[in-house]
Design a protein around this ligand. Structure first.
Ligand code: ADE
Length: 234
């Protein structure tokens, strides 16, 4: 998969994406990620990329021209197929389900807005999928883009050491993950559940499923109800 991030802060994105699991995945060739500076495409003599909003109001708006030209350069004037995503609190909230779908695509471009947003006309022209990471407002689309890239990349073959790791985790099958423990077996008087030390795989699996159901019911009633509804349909 190829991921291209269009941003005014490429170093901010690059620094995060060079570390840890995603950094290693890039080195191993599981995913190819490039961060492009929208400012490089400004035709303004001072390299400006933003201006005051028409109609007044506070803050600055990112101009259409540098964003459009950056995307045209990336896509070879629209000849290369890309799925364009615009990170915005006005978008649909990202879900694990959508992450799984996005992980099947070959080329994703992500537009990060900054300041008070981007000129509406470039959104109308490029028609990106609009994605939000939650009902709160950040100072820019970079952190949301990094959340999206991280969640998509970990679904790609070879990125997680154990490809099965994500099949049993929170949100993957509509349930929260069961509690996990590691050494020592007793810590501050708290013992690891006995069944996990038993080596009896069937009992362990049964316990984990029960815990997943119980946790989801307790912590995320909305997810639990959806799970029960889908379970009854199948
Ligand atoms: N840009 C600013 N806030 C955002 C959010 N919650 N999701 C996506 N992009 C954003």
């Amino acid at each position: 998969m190829k991921i291209d991030i269009l941003t005014l802060f490429p170093f901010m994105c690059e620094s995060v994406l060079s570390e840890s699991i995603i950094g290693r995945a890039r080195e191993a060739g599981c995913v190819d990620i490039d961060c492009h500076n929208i400012r490089d495409y400004s035709t303004d003599k001072h390299n400006h990329v933003d201006d005051a909003p028409y109609g007044g109001g506070t803050g600055m708006i990112m101009q259409a021209q540098p964003i459009y030209d950056a995307y045209m350069d990336l896509t070879d004037n629209g000849n290369k197929e890309y799925h364009l995503i615009y990170m915005t609190p006005q978008g649909k909230t990202l879900t694990q389900e959508r992450v799984k779908e996005l992980a099947k695509l070959d080329n994703i471009a992500i537009l990060c807005g900054h300041y008070e947003g981007v000129d509406e006309r470039v959104i109308e022209e490029l028609k990106p999928e609009e994605i939000s990471i939650g009902d709160y407002v950040l100072t820019g689309g970079e952190l949301p883009a990094l959340v999206l890239v991280d969640s998509v990349c970990r679904m790609l073959p070879g990125v997680l050491r154990n490809d099965e790791a994500f099949e049993k985790e929170s949100h993957f099958d509509g349930l929260l993950e069961y509690p996990q423990y590691t050494r020592p077996p007793v810590w501050k008087g708290r013992e690891v559940p006995e069944v996990l030390l038993s080596g009896h795989h069937e009992n362990v699996a049964k316990w984990q499923t029960e815990q997943s159901l119980e946790r989801t019911k307790k912590k995320r009633q909305d997810m639990y109800e959806k799970f029960v509804e889908n379970d009854n349909k199948n």
